[in-house]
Design a protein around this ligand. Structure first.
Ligand code: SAH
Length: 357
């Protein structure tokens, strides 16, 4: 818990940056600055009196500079689109076996078409699926299948503070909330994913779930979360050992890490570093075997490390849809041998590891 002075400083920074943004000419009003600020102000209030309160020492300044420097050319357009979403309260929320807000009967046919039209402008939708008033946002990934591989093996999330590093559009965060986590925080620098998350949050304003547009490298050593997830991120990190330390530094003693990443077959000495591309992705650095990854985690100080699932990614789990109409896994594999990527590496194989801090 941060001292009273600490909270004062934290809130002081955020309120002064808010005033700065709000009074900083019409431009920011037009660009939707204050609206975006509000997403994070809510978060600051919610953590002020929680084990995460130390975050207030750095986060408001990081977010303020993100708001000034955010570069994405479509940001203003996205904020405007979000503001056009109709105000409809879903008659039901299901986060247990899917992410579903409301039913078709909650909404007129006209409004449903309007929502589809608005949401399609946030394409590509990669992580999901989401069900919203009878609309099925059929995403590139069946992220629910990943959750089904992960969920049976983890500590129950009930009443826990949970962090999801590299959370994408937040699909798994909603499922974590469905497991009655006390608070779910996602960290992901992708602005499009943030918009997709906020589009869903528009219809379910639950104050226990928040996505912050910050990278893992910006997180202070909070040592406060009960569970930290990082799924589909480690192979994108140039320094995977530092990344494991960063994840560990978010956990309280005895907390749980849930790590999901691409792996290769092999023993403690096997790690694949692909050339410029792996399955067409440019930013892939290290694909360890589960034995090598276990060793890395031991070296970083994790305990009770278990490999709880290993599964190849199927063409049904990652594919083009009406909500992501670009190339997908089938285009990234060797057309004559689907056990290999188009570059000749082993096809994607994913492992889930859990460990204790
Ligand atoms: N966890 C989700 C999404 C994985 S995709 C899932 O398992 O389906 C990898 C994500 O890592 C992307 O959303 C990307 O924006 C995010 N990412 C990239 N660099 C990051 C960084 N420095 N810190 C945190 N997340 C990052």
């Amino acid at each position: 818990m941060v001292s009273f002075i600490g909270i004062g400083i934290g809130i002081g920074i955020f309120s002064s940056s808010y005033k700065l943004e709000a009074s900083n000419s019409q431009l920011l009003l037009i660009s939707g600055g204050p609206l975006a600020v509000n997403w994070f102000n809510d978060f600051y209030k919610h953590i002020a009196d929680s084990p995460l309160s130390h975050w207030l020492e750095v986060l408001p300044a990081q977010i303020a500079s993100w708001q000034k420097e955010q570069q994405h050319g479509d940001f203003t357009k996205w904020i405007k689109l979000l503001s056009k979403l109709p105000e409809i309260t879903p008659s039901s929320i299901n986060l247990q076996n899917k992410v579903e807000f409301g039913h078709a009967s909650d909404i007129s046919e006209y409004a449903q078409k309007q929502v589809v039209g608005l949401l399609k402008q946030f394409m590509p939708w990669r992580k999901g699926p989401f069900h919203l008033f009878g609309i099925h946002i059929d995403t590139e990934w069946r992220s629910d299948w990943k959750w089904d591989r992960v969920q049976p093996h983890i500590q129950p999330l009930k009443n826990r503070y949970v962090l999801d590093v590299g959370c994408g559009s937040g699909y798994h965060m909603w499922r974590m909330l469905g497991e009655e986590a006390k608070m779910v925080v996602g960290a992901d620098p992708s602005q499009l994913f943030l918009m997709q998350f906020q589009a869903m949050k528009h219809f379910n304003t639950d104050s226990r779930i928040h996505l912050l547009p910050v990278g893992v490298e910006q997180l202070p050593e909070l040592k406060a979360f009960d569970t930290v997830f990082s799924m589909g991120v480690l192979y994108h990190r140039r320094s995977p050992i530092d990344f494991l330390y960063q994840l560990k530094n978010q956990l309280r003693k005895g907390g749980e890490l849930v790590l999901e990443t691409l792996v290769v077959e092999g023993n403690e000495t096997t790690v694949l570093m692909p050339g410029e591309r792996y399955a067409q992705m440019r930013n892939v650095w290290y694909l360890p075997s589960t034995a090598a990854l276990t060793l890395w985690m031991q070296r970083v100080g994790f305990k009770n490390i278990r490999v709880v699932d290993v599964a190849p990614t199927s063409l049904e789990e990652q594919r083009a849809t009406q909500w992501m109409d670009g190339q997908s896994l089938s285009d990234f594999l060797d057309p004559n041998d689907q056990s290999k990527t188009i570059e000749g590496y082993p096809a994607p194989l994913r492992a889930v590891l859990v460990a204790e801090c």
